[in-house]
Design a protein around this ligand. Structure first.
Ligand SMILES: NC(=O)CC[C@H](N)C(=O)O
Length: 295
C-alpha cells in the first residue's frame, strides 16, 4: 500500500506550523550572495507518488538552484553514459565524516574522492562529462535531464555570477589536489563545469520529477544507496537511522528525498543547519517518515 499517497495538505500545513521561524536558527550561505539574500520564509513542497498523485504546498512558482542536489544526477548521467567501472575508478562510495567541502577528508583519503555527494567527488565526476567547455558540458547534462526527467531546468546566470563573485578557496584547493594526483585532467574545466551544474535551477515540480527519474532509472539502486550513506554529508548516518529515506541536500535549501516504491518528496526552504542541510526540510521528512511507517 502506498502510504505516501495518503498524506494530506492539512498534515503538511500542521507540521510546517509546528516549526516556528524563531525556532529555526538557520543560516544561508554567505559565500553565494544571492542565496544569502533569499527570503528565509520562502517555502515549497511537492510529493509525487508513483501512481500519479501529487501533493503540493507552498510556492509552486519560485525557482531555486539545485546546488548539491545536482550531484546524484551527475552520477546518474555518467553511469548511464560511461558505466560503473569508469565512474567508480574516479570516486568511491564511502560515507564521509567531514563537511562537504573538506580538504582534510580528501587528503586523508590520499586524494581519492570518497563519494560523489561531496564536492571533491562531484568535481572529479564533472571532469568526466562530455564536451570541450564548461558551457557545453553543462548543456549536455541539462538537455539530457530535461528530456529524461520531463522537467524544465535552466541555468540561472544570476546565481552563477554570484558564485563567481566570491572565490571559493575550498573548491579551488580540492580541484588543485585532485589534479596534482591525477584524478582530474583539467582543474579549471572540472571546477567551472561543477560550478555551472550547481546553478541548474527549476521549480519544485521539476525537482520532484527528477526524483521520479532516479526511481525509474537502471542505476537507481546504486544511486539510492549512495544517497542514503552520503547524501547529507556527516549527518547521513543518523538521518538514515531516524528517517531512512535516501535524501540529497543542497546549500540553496533544496532537498530531495525518495520513498522507495512509493514516490519522491521535493522540498525547498533556505535556512540551513551546520551541515548545510535545510532545517525545515529535514523536519518535514521526519514527520513524513513517521506517517509512512505509521508510527
Ligand atoms: N552543499 C552544496 O550545495 C555545495 C554546493 C556549492 N556549489 C559549493 O560548492 O559549495
Amino acid at each position: 500500500m502506498n502510504r505516501l499517497a495518503r498524506l494530506r495538505v492539512e498534515d503538511i500545513q500542521a507540521w510546517v506550523g509546528e516549526v516556528h521561524l524563531s525556532d529555526r536558527k538557520g543560516q544561508t550561505p554567505y559565500y553565494i550572495p544571492v542565496l544569502n539574500q533569499v527570503h528565509p520564509e520562502v517555502f515549497a513542497l511537492q510529493i509525487h507518488c508513483l501512481e500519479g498523485e501529487i501533493l503540493s504546498w507552498g510556492d509552486e512558482t519560485v525557482t531555486f538552484p539545485l546546488m548539491s542536489v545536482i550531484k546524484p544526477f551527475l552520477l546518474l548521467y555518467l553511469l548511464t553514459h560511461l558505466g560503473e567501472d569508469a565512474v567508480f575508478r574516479r570516486v568511491g562510495k564511502q560515507a564521509s565524516s567531514y563537511p562537504f567541502n573538506s580538504l582534510t577528508q580528501l587528503q586523508e583519503d590520499r586524494c581519492f574522492p570518497r563519494n560523489p555527494m561531496i564536492n571533491s567527488g562531484a568535481i572529479a565526476l564533472a571532469d568526466l562529462l562530455a564536451g570541450e567547455t564548461p558551457e557545453s558540458r553543462c548543456e549536455n547534462l541539462l538537455l539530457w535531464l530535461n528530456e529524461m526527467g520531463n522537467c524544465q531546468l535552466f541555468l540561472d546566470g544570476s546565481v552563477l555570477d554570484s558564485v563567481h563573485s566570491y572565490p571559493n578557496a575550498h573548491n579551488q584547493a580540492l580541484s588543485l589536489e585532485l589534479e596534482k594526483n591525477g584524478y582530474i585532467s583539467h582543474r579549471y574545466l572540472a571546477l567551472e563545469t561543477y560550478n555551472r551544474i550547481c546553478c541548474l535551477s527549476g521549480k519544485i515540480a521539476d525537482l520532484a520529477n527528477l526524483g521520479k527519474l532516479i526511481l525509474a532509472a537502471p542505476f537507481g539502486e546504486i544511486i539510492l544507496e549512495i544517497m542514503t550513506n552520503c547524501g547529507l554529508y556527516e549527518a547521513s548516518q543518523q538521518f538514515a537511522l531516524d528517517v531512512g529515506f535516501p535524501t540529497k541536500s543542497g546549500v540553496s535549501g533544496a532537498l530531495l528525498s525518495i520513498v522507495p516504491q512509493q514516490g519522491a518528496i521535493a522540498c525547498y526552504s533556505p535556512l540551513l543547519n551546520e551541515q548545510g542541510n535545510s532545517i525545515l526540510g529535514l523536519n518535514l521528512l521526519t514527520h513524513i517518515s513517521h506517517f509512512v511507517k505509521e508510527i
